[in-house]
Design a protein around this ligand. Sequence first.
Ligand code: MG
Length: 296
Amino acid sequence: MISSYVLVDDAFRDLVDFDADLVKLADGCIWAEGPVWIPAESALVWSDVRSNREWRWTAADGAAVFREPSNHANGHTLDRDGNIITCEHSSNSVTKRTPDGTYTTLVDNVAGGRLNSPNDVVIKSDGTLYFTDPPYGILSDDEGFQRDSEIGENYVYRLNSETGMTMVAADQFDHPNGLAFSPNESIIYIADTGEPQNIRTMDVAADGNLSNLQFFAAPDPPGSDGLRVDQYGNVWTSAGDGVHVYSPDGELIGKVKVPEKTANCEFGGPAGTTLFITASTSLYSIETRVVDARRA
Ligand code: MG
């Protein structure tokens, strides 16, 4: 048996058990993305962006369609009240789904017009949402519906959940995509799937402003689309050949080899130590020894 884990630096030994198996939980997707663990339901919800569906998996019942059509939903996160926050390409919106299944639009327009196609979202512990708005849902009919951008730019936005106000948080990215906070939320990691393809960091001020753009890492083969941060501040990011794991100072320490191009990952499972991986047609999981920084 060949391990799915690849050791690059000894620091990785503390994070995983090299005997753990990569398990395929579901397949049949076109472009699996946006996984979110729902602790109250012991369920994993994810998107098949290109088939305009969302899926839900539980250990008891396996995979089933969760919503169709899904407005070409992409990234998800969970808010403090257990609501699912969803980025939707073809409604150019970020929505909130309460556990009873009611959807509310949080934002679909800014001063410049309709959003492009919100891709991924993260919530700071004070309730502030940050989301990215690259053009993947409007470039063609593959991941949404082709149209011109009304804004003409691909920004990272910040949404104040108290006031409902949305403002540009960062304008230095080509195609901003996945995002995650460091354990103390002083740093935000932002993946860029445009040019250049890499992950950069910005400092997060107490008032929510972002500044001090710095290079963090550029996975090889490229493909840093979605990412998560563990309790120790290590960054788990999708890459062309699986999940790559970087120490907080940006050193590659290990990998999870996945047989398909990988889009995103999410910690969950009964102990929070299961890494769920959305990779092209499939959903995979593998056990780790760490939990998400947000759940530590
Ligand atoms: Mg993405």
